[in-house]
Design a protein around this ligand. Sequence first.
Ligand code: COA
Ligand code: MG
Length: 297
Amino acid sequence: MIIRSWLFVPGDSERKLAKGRDNPADALILDLEDSVSDDRQEIAREMVRDYLTAHPDRARQQLWVRINPLDTELSLPDLAAVMAGAPDGIVLPKVYSADDVNTLAHYLSALEAREGLPPDSTKIHCVSTETAASLLTFHTYLDGVSDRLAAMTWGGEDLAAALGASDNRNPATGDYDDVYLMAKSLCLSTARAIEVQPVGVVYVDFRDLEGLEAECLRDRRAGFFGKIAIHPAQSDVINRAFTPSEEEVAHAQRVIDVFAQNPGLGTVGLEGKMLDMPHLKQARNVMAVVAQIKGLG
Ligand code: COA
Ligand code: MG
């Protein structure tokens, strides 16, 4: 299953947890980090574990957990509590390099054994750009990272704090400043280089669904797949934006067919346009995405 929408749900909110399960998001991220206050960490852990245990069927919607950063004393108790509920994956914030992902992978191996879960069944989605160091260590993912790593996203808010910035956007245009666009580009290119899913960053203005849709389409054009949501109304918009349209699918099929009918040719014409290998690859990508989206394939 390929995940289009990843909805964050604060782990200590009974109301929001209850709402999450009926939401069309392909995955929920039950949050133990920034949306939970310091004095509610323990209760959030228990609520998240109970929620996972109460919802073992993940066929329509996966359940992931964002733990606290590995360099805090909260992360191990987070993991020790929630692994009993067999989360589909762990979202790891504030990484410094691929070492953090590999460290988490070792912890998961031990906890999977303790819980009697299949080895390597718990995946990892890392938030790859929340520390200053993270911008300088993307190459470490190419030196060997755990196969558990399934997705990678970026973030501009914690990074701004880490860089000592007072703002991360140009006040005149609202566009991200250069360093955040670099972070975004490094996340995309690294994720594609190691064949994990590059996931678009949160769109914080949660009442502006048109703006969200436009940003989803921009992300998708650039190569990202899927987006983080923070409000239930965002999931539908994200799902739609990352589902290939009927026209796209029909076109992809025509491209595949024309190459199949002309074996041995590296370049062919279709509807007055030249097609070569990159077009065939794109068409196959569209069909692979469709096959992996539940209910379409
Ligand atoms: N997941 C599930 N349900 C949610 C939700 C979420 N992320 N965000 C809001 N809801 C629920 C609300 O509880 C409300 O339901 P209710 O009336 O039964 O209580 C309904 O959806 C409508 O919410 P709304 O009034 O439009 O928003 P809000 O002002 O209550 O909340 C936020 C706004 C941003 C605080 C809220 O969306 C939120 O907590 N988002 C997640 C934040 C987060 O996890 N951040 C960390 C990652 S960056
Ligand atoms: Mg944060």
